[in-house]
Design a protein around this ligand. Structure first.
Ligand code: CMX
Length: 140
């Protein structure tokens, strides 16, 4: 059901302050910066093979990423798995007793539909399922 790792989300205080590391040190290219109002974050995407690194900067004090930064500082925030059917992946996980943060897919960054699993029922890893929204341009 899971096809590949779509992206790894990394919480940051400031995308701009992280560019010297991701571009200057690692030599990656920031493909796009996009605000995702529904998640209260600004995102920046760096392609690494088939997978992206997604920097996540909070845009509001009540953003889930703001709370994470307050508690943990900058670092890995979540792992996102690409699947052909987010609803089926959520239903499957829910059926196994995993606590869902979304019962239904919601709009995410990069023209995707996404759904999250609670980290307290996934052994500490905030887990996302994502797929290309119907009709949206497909990203690698
Ligand atoms: N990874 C692992 N554990 C995490 C976590 C993360 N990213 N975020 C929170 N937790 C832990 C907390 O530390 C806390 O642990 P303790 O109970 O041991 O202290 C526990 O989860 C529960 O915390 P909570 O107070 O119940 O929940 P929060 O208010 O901290 O919210 C979460 C956590 C995951 C429910 C919330 O961040 C959420 O709904 N996330 C899904 C959406 C999201 O993250 N969007 C941003 C990215 C969007 C994008 O990719 O575009």
């Amino acid at each position: 059901m899971i096809e590949y790792i779509d992206h790894i989300g990394i919480a940051v205080h400031s995308i701009e302050e992280n560019l010297p590391h991701y571009e200057g040190v690692l030599g990656l290219t920031c493909e796009r910066v996009e605000e995702v109002p529904s998640q209260k974050v600004r995102t920046a995407f760096f392609k690494v093979g088939q997978t992206y690194l997604e920097l996540l900067e909070p845009t509001a004090p009540d953003s889930p990423v703001a709370k994470f930064l307050e508690k943990n500082g900058e670092g890995v925030h979540h792992v996102a798995f690409h699947t052909a059917d987010v609803q089926a992946a959520l239903d499957h996980a829910g059926g196994k007793g995993v606590r869902l943060l979304h019962e239904k897919p919601v709009p995410g960054a990069h023209s995707k539909l996404v759904g999250f699993l609670h980290p307290k029922s996934t052994h500490g890893v905030l887990t996302e399922f994502c797929m290309n929204a119907p009709g949206a341009p497909a990203h690698d």
